[in-house]
Design a binder for this molecule. Sequence first.
Ligand SMILES: Nc1ncnc2c1ncn2[C@@H]1O[C@H](COP(=O)(O)OP(=O)(O)OP(=O)(O)O)[C@@H](O)[C@H]1O
Ligand SMILES: [Mg+2]
Length: 378
Amino acid sequence: MPQMPLYTVNPDRNEPWNALPELPIHQELYRSLPVYEQLGKAKEALALLAGRSVAIPNPGVLINSITLQEAKDSSAIENIFTTDDELYQAFSDARTELEASGSAKEVLRYRQALWQGYNYLNQQKKFDLNYFIKLYQEIKEAGDGIRPPFARTYIRMGGSGPNAGKPIYTPPRGEGVVESKLDNLIQFLNDPDISPAEPLLKLAIAHYQFEVIHPFRDGNGRVGRIMNIHLLTHSGLLELPILYLSRYIIQNKEDYYETLAGVSQRGDWESWFMFMLKAVESTARLTYQKVNDIIETKESLLDVIRKKTSVRRPEQLTEAIFSQPYVKVNHLVDNGIYAENTARNYLNELSEIGVLEKRQIKGKHYYVNMELEQILSY
Ligand SMILES: Nc1ncnc2c1ncn2[C@@H]1O[C@H](COP(=O)(O)OP(=O)(O)OP(=O)(O)O)[C@@H](O)[C@H]1O
Ligand SMILES: [Mg+2]
């Protein structure tokens, strides 16, 4: 006797998938040995990272540099390329992204959205429609919200092959359709009694669901990736927002698209769970290494500064040169660490002993923390 399928797939990629099943999904869909084994590995790697990161004296510094990298990676998926140099300069010049231009601006907006959403959730204590709309508006610098009911939105094949431009998937549409599906997702995110209880499985399910609902005219990939990290911090798996999957996703972009589509087309949840759980494991391990490298390098530079210079308040200066790779005199002045002349003298002194590298770009002086730049680039 044929069995009832556990998941009703999308019958036609060219038509809006209004019958997209609501959450939760059937528990059998994540009850498989490979998924549970991979879940175990991901949780272990994440616990290691969580343990390491609570021991950091000034987590703001670390979060600052790591989110800058995530913003760049996630935006690169959408082909918003920016070199590290351009980005760090733009970030260094404008603490708010407003003065940056072009691709650096998009990246800095992503970063801004990461923080806004994080703060919003900390206040609000739950996900809501406004959370998603705010992220979208910040990322896209837009004033609108959910796409209009009859806007013809498709996900199309990229590239220049024979199938380029053909729809891969058509998201649901119609009066109130997207809103009610988002409502269902939001309930799933907020209610701890809705299975699965495992936050990492919840993350994979929610990310898929958000992408297939595809509520905005653009920026859905980025909003969905920001939601991932906020789900981790919100569920208590990670205290600080420092686990970013975008780099792994870009490096495995084909698999990301393929496993996402596999759920809609074949109900292949297992491959999707495996992809996302491997992403978490691998990223948690890499981030752990990065956190260690940043902390160790910071300590050894502090030591050098203490021994080789007469800098006052060396701890604060060290913190400042580790919150971003391109340091400027006015950062130290604006943070109230030193008066302008002192700040300039100290930065020059650090560049003379090789701790920083002085660079002049378009008439502006930067003091580059090369070691931090290098750690952030791997
Ligand atoms: N078959 C699919 N079904 C559902 N969602 C998909 C599918 N293929 C890709 N996606 C999602 O759609 C996103 C692209 O949508 P959109 O252009 O709105 O987002 P973006 O943030 O501008 O782009 P990007 O993710 O490329 O940076 C992809 O990142 C992915 O998350
Ligand atoms: Mg896009």
